[in-house]
Design a protein around this ligand. Structure first.
Ligand code: NAD
Ligand code: UDP
Length: 319
């Protein structure tokens, strides 16, 4: 049985990855300090003999007994309000955390896949973004703590690949959504759905003309699984190219939820990227991958999930 370590395993994406690797017959070790994750995301796996959970901060030395075939480094605060509230931990998990994972991988002779992000492109001047674009990031702006940690993480991973010959993979993830997102994580989809469910107006930042391209979580997990098993060590974008303005997205959520509330406009956060859309030519060619779930279908499933949460979840503050 192949053994995989998933850091950030109790988070939104990490928990879906745990499910997928369990389904594929792996022994899965999830590691998480629960700073933005939730143990309930993986509780359903606890009874399995091929699942283990380690409550541990990966920015500190990592010890895992036994062999490891793969390490997936997904631990990191991921939403703007999370990484603005815990900026130092964000920088540490992207730097010290990946260093620990890479060191562990050398000892275990394991392959490492890191969760990078479309944020490495910053506020992009090239559209859509392909992997050759170097990005436009403000290192000392509010988002710098996340963007630069992820850029450092890519550089560190590449250095272990070229210098130590370690097997590495880099996925650049574009905005992904689905069940198990935290309703109060501040990202636009849970924010809008939470507001609709509470009977509040939906807060559009700026004039809502900025764009994003939303990928359903199952599609993302499939892309990551294929990349891990591929032999390609350079970064690959995985996301859904279907692009939409945030204003139109708000209107879609109003329709989906049937709320009688409306869009209201608030100040745009500093350095908020104006446009974002993945060029997925590489993923198509190298992985034979493209997204399958339409936004209408993905949003329907996600709304069902949020609607069925206990009511007190709706009123929990972010921290
Ligand atoms: P999430 O906050 O739900 O999950 C992150 C998990 O990492 C949480 O469970 C958290 O407790 C854990 N964690 C954070 N710091 C840790 C540490 N020092 N030690 C151990 N565990 C720690 O966020 P997510 O959306 O699931 O994101 C997962 C990964 O994917 C992140 O690396 C993020 O940067 C990346 N990513 C996500 C998206 C997206 O759209 N969801 C887009 C781009 C990149
Ligand atoms: N956004 C918004 N209202 C909200 C939350 C976010 O208009 O309540 C906007 C935000 O300014 C950004 C887009 O939605 O332009 C996506 O934000 P999110 O935090 O989900 O992701 P990211 O900016 O990291 O892509």
């Amino acid at each position: 049985m192949k053994r995989v370590l998933i850091t950030g395993g109790a988070g939104f994406l990490g928990s879906h990855l745990c499910d997928r690797f369990i389904k594929e017959g792996y022994h899965v070790i999830a590691m998480d300090n629960l700073i933005t994750g939730d143990i309930r995301n993986i509780e359903h796996l606890f009874h399995l003999p091929n699942f283990e959970f380690y409550h541990h901060d990966v920015s500190k030395f990592i010890h895992v007994p036994g062999e490891l075939d793969y390490i997936l480094h997904f631990a990191s605060p991921a939403s703007p309000i999370d990484y603005l509230k815990i900026p130092i931990q964000t920088l540490k998990v992207g730097s010290l955390g990946i260093h620990n994972c890479l060191g562990l991988a050398r000892v275990k002779n394991a392959r490492v896949l890191i969760a990078s992000t479309s944020e490495v492109y910053g506020d992009p001047t090239v559209h859509p973004q392909n992997e050759e674009y170097w990005g436009n990031v403000n290192p000392v702006g509010p988002r710098g703590v996340y963007d630069e940690a992820k850029r450092f993480q890519e550089a560190m991973t590449m250095a272990y690949h070229t210098y130590h010959g370690l097997e590495t993979r880099i996925v650049r993830i574009f905005n992904t959504y689905g069940p198990r997102m935290r309703l109060n994580d501040g990202r636009v989809l849970p924010a809008f759905i939470g507001q609709a469910l509470r009977g509040e107006d939906l807060t559009v930042f700026g004039d809502g003309s900025q764009t994003r391209s939303f990928c359903y979580v199952d599609d993302l997990v499939e892309g990551i699984y294929r990349l891990l098993l591929s032999d390609y060590a350079y970064p690959v974008n995985v996301g859904n190219p279907s692009e939409i303005t945030i204003r139109e997205f708000g209107e879609e959520i109003i329709k989906l939820t049937g709320t009688t509330q409306q869009l209201i406009f608030k100040e745009l956060p500093k350095d908020d990227p104006k446009q974002r859309q993945p060029d997925i030519t590489k993923a198509k060619e190298i992985l034979g991958w493209e997204p399958k779930v339409s936004r209408a279908e993905g949003l329907r499933i996600t709304y069902e999930y949020f609607k069925n949460l206990p009511e007190e979840e709706l009123y929990k503050a972010a921290y």
